[in-house]
Design a protein around this ligand. Structure first.
Ligand SMILES: Nc1ncnc2c1ncn2[C@@H]1O[C@H](/C=C/CNC(=O)c2cc([N+](=O)[O-])cc(O)c2O)[C@@H](O)[C@H]1O
Ligand SMILES: [Mg+2]
Length: 214
């Protein structure tokens, strides 16, 4: 049977990127998505905003919801300080298998804990199962109707601290209206919108950066 797009993306990484070189993995995926097949990675333009926020936070403990093929996982993990950890949740086994290989090709497997499962099931288990106290940085990039329930779950599970930075992809396209309404009106967050474009296109999209103030 025909290969899947994530499988073809992985092939492009193995063909065009250098083992152990995260930047070459990132550019191999961006080239594939620009010139061969569009895919829902955060991409290079929004990726530079992601990079600047991660660098500013310099998180010891980071969380990503929605690994997909591992593109943003590699973008985040390559910037983490030694000893830091990125937990990334992905409930599609096929995507998780591809992402694991992309992360390994980048040589970042020691920084990343890829958990195959649903955010709703695993967020409540972060403390006892992964020894997480609180997260310093969170990247939301999974199903758009899960952003709001999951940020509330993270609050309820005590996984946020004063200063935790939550960065949400796609707040314009495909859009996360209920999440935006909540986070922009909640006294517990200070939010800023970083205007950009939907990956590999000219359509508007952007990232919402929200700092939890408790
Ligand atoms: N509750 C959950 N727990 C764990 N993993 C979960 C999950 N919900 C979804 N996922 C996984 O997260 C990814 C979904 C991303 C949705 N993005 C999108 O739908 C998306 C769409 C466009 N677009 O259409 O232009 C552009 C974008 O940047 C996008 O991120 C998939 O890999 C899916 O398996
Ligand atoms: Mg996205």
């Amino acid at each position: 049977t025909r290969s899947t797009r994530p499988q073809r993306m992985l092939k492009a990484v193995q063909k065009n990127a250098t083992r152990g070189d995260p930047l070459s993995v990132i550019s191999a995926i961006d080239r594939f998505c620009r010139h061969s097949e569009w895919a829902m990675n955060v991409g290079d333009e929004k990726g530079t905003i992601l990079d600047s926020v991660v660098s500013e936070v310099n998180p010891a403990m980071a969380l990503e919801l929605g690994t997909y093929c591992g593109y943003s996982t590699v973008r985040i993990a390559r910037l983490l300080p030694p000893g830091a950890r990125l937990v990334t949740l992905e409930f599609n086994g096929d995507y998780a298998a591809i992402a694991r290989q992309v992360i390994e090709w980048a040589g970042l497997e020691d920084m990343v804990q890829l958990v195959e499962g649903a955010s709703g099931d695993w967020i409540p288990r972060m403390k006892e199962h992964f020894g997480v106290k609180t997260f310093d940085f969170i990247f939301l990039d999974h199903w758009k109707d899960r952003y709001l329930p999951d940020i509330k779950l993270l609050e309820e599970c005590g996984l946020l601290r004063k200063g935790t930075v939550v960065l949400a992809d796609n707040v314009i396209c495909p859009g996360t209206p209920d999440y935006l309404e909540y986070i922009r009106n909640s006294p517990s967050y200070e939010s800023n919108y970083f205007r950009s474009h939907l990956e590999y296109t000219k359509a508007e999209d952007g990232l919402e950066k929200s700092v939890y103030v408790g």
